[in-house]
Design a protein around this ligand. Structure first.
Ligand code: GLU
Length: 387
């Protein structure tokens, strides 16, 4: 029998559909998978070289649970340079992906009866982790018309004495929504009145923003709240290193230590080779990102234009990340629900994830982290399947 905690959660639907697409392809089906958020670009050569050098140097042993001192220093550099957050290496933890850092932060702090405020559409794993920890998900719904961002008034109205965390993700998965500095400051104003609420700011997509100006994050905009903010980042999306499994988080010392306590019994240290590669990612050249960003922007524009040209589909232009949230409400009479629509698209050779997986409805998420030819063919298939 599985545990009560596990019974509260469903398998990840992003990884499930991706696994299904891999299976179908292995069986000979011609499937274009736009289901998972994974850059198709090659991992930068200097990162690969660092991983190889680590192997050759025999860097194949346990490291400190929270990550090597070298990587925690490199991550502190990343937080300062890219996110405007001054943090000593002792207040940084390295985990097996951002996902594990989030998992440990929530598990280390939540008790049954606690409430966690989660703007929706949300990334699939947020609510499941909250429920696994025995806490309650408080949905803060957002709309395309509102830029898929919560407002300060909405946050104020949702907070109760039992609120323990607000989960913020900017640029966000699955909508690409990105909070401008002034909106973060307005949220900070509300948070100041409610000291029981911590904020998990998931900024993993910060390097992939298509709006002018620099990235704004809550810890940078409201430094007086730093003791209540855990900022999560990583190399998976920015450096095409999804398989290396390296995420980093910066926050108050007590929380970083609590997460390390849990990590010491779950995975122990993240992979030593991956850590050496991540040092090169944070400390090495970042200029390739300019090119990647432009290419993602061109793909975004191509996908959004193609989708908006299909009768029954509409999609706003996302500000960041590499996802489009497509509304297909006019097609629900034909398909019943978005799961059925996605199944139909899968049969027509395109894997996407239903909006309901993200706490949304009547639509689907497209990841445009695929090459131009695949995206062109996939959007052609979608148009044909829905004609
Ligand atoms: N975060 C990516 C996505 O949403 C990777 C898969 C996952 O961990 O959910 O597609």
């Amino acid at each position: 029998m599985i545990s009560d905690s596990l019974a509260r959660i469903a398998p990840s639907r992003t990884t499930a559909i991706t696994d299904r697409a891999i299976e179908l392809r292995a069986a000979g089906a011609d499937i274009i998978s736009l289901s998972v958020g994974e850059p198709d670009f090659a991992t930068p050569p200097h990162v690969i070289a660092a991983a190889k050098a680590a192997l050759d140097a025999g860097d194949t042993r346990y490291t400190a649970v929270s990550g090597t001192q070298r990587l925690r220093e490199a991550a502190a550099l990343h937080f300062r340079r890219d996110l405007g957050i001054e943090v000593p290496p002792a207040q940084v933890i390295v985990s097996a992906g951002g996902k594990q850092a989030i998992f440990h932060a929530l598990l280390a702090t939540l008790n049954p009866g606690d409430e966690v405020l989660v703007p929706s559409p949300w990334w699939v794993s947020y609510p499941e982790i909250v429920r696994f920890a025995g806490a309650e998900v408080i949905d803060l719904p957002t709309t395309a018309a509102g830029g898929f961002r919560i407002t300060a008034a909405q946050l104020e109205a949702a907070i109760t004495p039992r609120s323990r965390w607000l989960l913020l993700n900017s640029p966000g998965n699955p909508t690409g929504a990105t909070y401008p500095a002034e909106e973060l400051r307005a949220l900070g104003e509300v948070l100041r009145r409610h000291p029981q609420v911590m904020v998990l700011s998931d900024d993993i997509y910060a390097p992939l923003r298509y709006t002018p100006g620099s990235h704004a994050t809550l810890a940078m905009e409201c430094p007086d709240l730093a003791e209540r903010i855990l900022t999560v980042s990583g190399v998976s999306k920015s450096h095409a290193m999804t398989g290396f499994r390296i995420g980093v988080a910066a926050g108050p010392l007590w929380l970083i230590q609590a997460m390390a306590r849990l990590q010491s019994h779950s995975s122990g240290n993240p992979a030593s080779i991956s850590q050496a590669a991540a040092v090169a990612a944070f400390e090495g050249p970042q200029d390739f990102l300019l090119d990647w960003r432009e290419r993602f922007r061109a793909r975004r524009d191509m996908v959004v234009a193609a989708i908006n040209g299909v009768a029954g589909l509409s999609c706003p232009v996302p500000d960041g990340a590499f996802y489009c949230m497509v509304d297909a409400a006019p097609l629900m009479a034909r398909f019943g629900d978005d799961e059925a629509l996605c199944l139909h698209l899968l049969e027509q050779g395109v894997a996407v994830v239903a909006a309901s997986a993200f706490g949304g409805r009547d639509g689907f998420r497209i990841s445009f982290a695929a090459d131009d030819a695949k995206l062109a063919e996939a959007t052609r298939r979608i148009a044909k399947a829905l004609a």
